[in-house]
Design a protein around this ligand. Structure first.
Ligand code: GLA
Length: 399
């Protein structure tokens, strides 16, 4: 839907009303490397995508909040002062969760708002459609309420909204990437301290291709939370040697190797081995990207996938088949599952000239082997959340 159609839809939904309708956009994200590292306090390397959530908002003169979406049914009308009790189990829990977290941090809304959201991120694909929605709402409300914008604060309060409402004890990576993305740059984020830097993601001659397995993520919440608990167990046992240890990724590979025998359970040791090695791969990836050595970066992506498959055990047959078929194509530098796993998407770095062949071959082989139809998105890296100036465009169209 373009700006004009969205503006019409807003008016249909809420009437002409007084005051200006403002537009905001928050992207989805893809994680390039550093999987299941954020909650272990190490390095991750996500990037913002160009597709995402568009949000239209207009203040009201009363204290009612009205929320609707072009993607989902169940619009919600709730008094600003009653949002804490407005959990419904529907998509509106995310924006409502953000309003509740704003209030908890002393930023109660001063008035009501009409909000319409439109997303073009495939849902449930592990490309952070929920983080995108949360961050769009947080950024728009802070802007209209006249509060200062601190992108790290926006990421943290959106994460709290997600933890509280979605039942997945997710880390900070997704909301951080959506808030802090920058066109043609990846984000090197240290998840323990939240220090970060933008790393130029120059892929001349190559394209980032996201492959959606369209596999539903079964039992995702419980398996995600189980992995977190196993990492905590590894930390507890390693404290025999490092009493100060709080998070697994605080250990470097040498100290881990010398002390891994302290972890008694073999499964837990495998989980820890993934975290330690994957954390190292992120910094190696940044070095490779800085040298513009995309083949080396591709090799690190492949190693990441193997580790997630064999050690962390969060891949699934569909993701493995898609990666395997991707690597058969001459011109694929690297390919891996991205996001939490158990379904969702792969990300591949593919020579531009090989992209059509890649999509045709991987799509066909994937369908033959799994019975599912894949989808592919050839992506560019976009900006983080921002206000969009649609006024001029709409005025010009109206003339
Ligand atoms: C999900 C979570 C993130 C992160 C990834 C795995 O996307 O929301 O916080 O843990 O899984 O890297």
């Amino acid at each position: 839907m373009d700006a004009r159609q969205l503006a019409d839809r807003f008016e249909e939904q809420y009437g002409s009303g007084e005051g200006e309708v403002r537009f905001f956009h928050a992207p989805g994200r893809v994680n390039l490397i550093g999987e299941h590292i954020d909650y272990n306090g190490g390095y991750v390397l996500p990037a913002a995508l160009e597709f995402g959530t568009t949000l239209l908002i207009r203040p009201r003169s009363d204290r009612m909040l009205r929320l609707s979406s072009t993607n989902f049914p169940y619009p919600l009308t709730v008094a600003v002062d009653e949002t804490a009790d407005a959990k419904t189990g529907e998509w509106t829990d995310y924006p409502v969760g953000v309003v509740v977290e704003l209030a908890k941090s002393g930023r109660e809304l001063s008035r009501g708002y009409d909000i319409l959201v439109h997303g073009d991120i495939p849902n449930g694909a592990g490309l952070s459609s929920s983080a995108s929605l949360e961050v769009a709402v947080a950024y728009a409300l802070l802007t209209l309420e006249g509060h200062p914008i601190d992108r790290t604060d926006i990421a943290q309060l959106s994460q709290r909204a997600e933890n509280r409402f979605a039942g997945v004890n997710c880390g900070i990576m997704d909301q951080f990437a959506v808030a802090n993305g920058k066109r043609d740059h990846a984000i090197l984020l240290m998840c323990d301290t939240l220090e970060f830097k933008h790393v130029p993601f120059r892929t001349e001659g190559y394209k980032l291709v996201i492959g959606n397995t369209n596999k539903r993520r079964g039992l995702f919440d419980s398996k995600y939370n189980e992995r977190r608990a196993q990492c905590d167990e590894a930390v507890r046992e390693l404290r025999q040697a490092f009493p100060e240890l709080e998070l697994l990724a605080q250990l470097d590979a040498a100290r881990y190797e010398a002390n891994k025998h302290l972890i008694r359970d073999e499964t837990v040791r495998k989980r820890a081995a993934h975290v330690i090695a994957e954390n190292g791969r992120v910094l190696q990836s940044v070095e490779a990207l800085q040298r513009h050595d995309l083949e080396r970066f591709g090799q690190l992506m492949i190693a990441s996938h193997e580790s997630l498959r064999d050690l962390y055990e969060v891949s699934c047959e569909e993701l493995d088949v898609m990666v395997e078929e991707a690597l058969r194509i001459e011109g694929t530098a690297g390919s891996r599952m991205t996001g939490a796993g158990f379904g969702g998407c792969t990300v591949s770095l593919v020579k531009e000239s090989a992209v059509p062949r890649f999509i045709e071959h991987v799509g066909e082989a994937y369908q033959r082997r799994t019975g599912l139809a894949a989808e592919f998105y050839v992506c560019s890296v976009g900006d983080g959340v921002k206000e969009q100036d649609c006024g001029d465009k709409l005025a010009a169209e109206g003339e």
